[in-house]
Design a protein around this ligand. Structure first.
Ligand SMILES: CC(C)(COP(=O)(O)OP(=O)(O)OC[C@H]1O[C@@H](n2cnc3c(N)ncnc32)[C@H](O)[C@@H]1OP(=O)(O)O)[C@@H](O)C(=O)NCCC(=O)NCCS
Length: 349
């Protein structure tokens, strides 16, 4: 019997994982990284594909260009690049990571999870790995989930990646959606920091009744892939843009203020705000309502469009690399997205 089913052994298991007594108190960002395809799709390129104009796209959304994956690039490729950079930035090695959370709604495969693909490709041994889907709020949901597990002593170093190859699910015959989205990944390694630093508070929320305003109706268990689904173009993003728009400004402000008040802080205390980059008019609405100076908002929508779960990570990585965000700065992160979902976090970087 023993010969027929040999016992599995895990020689690399170091015993340091999944230990309650290892729980840590203050958790912050040890390293960050981002990645996106080289290929740029401009508004002028889109003018040749659908009935639109550079002027309409820029004035209605603030977007001039976006990055777009080629046929051979999947979500995990961008997630791995961003993740590798974040691990290096943290001064760690792949084997130091004991939790991977990938936030995505465009996984490489329905099973295994993109987090498991990342684990294999980055040679990370012995860790917990799973995906979550909170659409464009994914980065905040991913960080919040990792923080909860770390506070419970289930991990010391978490790799959180927001990544979406969203253009693979965008209908390039639908001008109402295809002009808005782009591909990319943003990653952070979370770990113990000194008291008073790191994540101070988060809020998460959702209203499932609003789900049909932003959905991919086909390709799941409700409408499995079939010729009819393909012919009806149901495997692509469908959106009631103005319904999402109406809700976005209010929910961004409410959730950021909610996270701030949990930490005993006010909007004016923030050095920086990194909003989900969905539409410049939504961001401008939030700037007005929050009464925070515009120059404190990190905005890169013009060059990337809406990269869904990746947008906050990419924007933060850029702002850290170019010296705007410095260690010790107080940063508010806020997002909304399909679900509909929303969330915010306050972190002393
Ligand atoms: C999608 C969005 C840019 C549309 O802007 P809008 O000002 O609400 O525009 P509307 O949807 O009212 O459309 C106005 C007109 O422009 C047209 N239009 C839509 N897309 C167009 C495009 N790419 N080019 C030219 N015209 C376009 C519409 O057909 C409509 O024409 P009509 O008046 O003849 O019917 C905006 O609603 C938005 O950004 N919503 C939020 C979406 C979002 O953030 N989603 C992701 C959530 S994470």
């Amino acid at each position: 019997m023993d010969n027929l089913s040999p016992r599995l052994s895990y020689p690399e298991f170091d015993g340091a994982r999944n230990l309650k007594e290892s729980s840590i108190v203050a958790i912050g960002i040890l390293g960050i990284g981002s990645a996106y395809p080289d290929r740029i799709l401009t508004n002028h390129d889109l003018e040749k594909m659908v009935d639109t104009s550079d002027e309409w796209i820029r004035t209605r959304s603030g977007i001039s260009e976006r990055r777009i994956c080629d046929a051979d690039t999947a979500t995990s490729h961008m997630a791995c690049d961003a993740g590798r950079k974040a691990i290096e930035d943290a001064g760690l090695k792949p084997e130091d990571i004991d939790l991977i959370v990938v936030a995505t709604f465009s996984p490489d495969t329905l099973i295994p999870s993109t987090a498991c693909w990342v684990m294999a490709k980055l040679n990370i041994p012995n860790c917990a790995a799973f995906d979550i889907n909170a659409a464009c709020t994914g980065w905040i949901y991913g960080v919040s989930t990792a923080l909860g597990l770390m506070q419970n002593g289930l991990a010391r170093h978490a790799l959180v990646i927001g990544a979406d190859a969203i253009t693979k699910f965008v209908d390039f015959q639908d001008r109402a959606t295809c002009v808005l989205f782009g591909d990319g990944a943003g990653a952070a390694v979370l770990g113990e920091v000194e008291q008073g630093r790191g994540f101070l508070s988060e809020t998460l929320g959702a209203d499932g009744r609003m789900g049909p305003n932003l959905m991919i109706p086909g390709g799941g268990s409700a409408r499995p892939i079939s010729q009819e689904v393909l012919d009806n173009r149901e495997a692509y993003v469908k959106m009631q843009g103005n319904e999402v728009f109406k809700f976005a400004v209010r929910i961004m402000c409410d959730s950021l203020c909610g996270a701030l008040s949990k930490a005993g802080l006010a909007p004016a205390d923030l050095d920086w705000v990194i909003p989900h980059q969905a539409n410049i008019r939504i961001i401008e609405g939030a700037i007005k309502r929050l009464d925070i100076p515009r120059e404190r908002f990190i905005v890169n929508i013009e060059r990337f469009g809406n990269t869904s779960a990746a947008s906050i990570g990419i924007a933060m990585d850029e702002a850290v690399r170019d010296g705007r965000i410095k260690r010790g700065d107080l940063v508010g992160l806020v997002a909304f997205g399909g679900g509909l979902t929303w969330g915010a976090a306050v972190v002393r970087y």
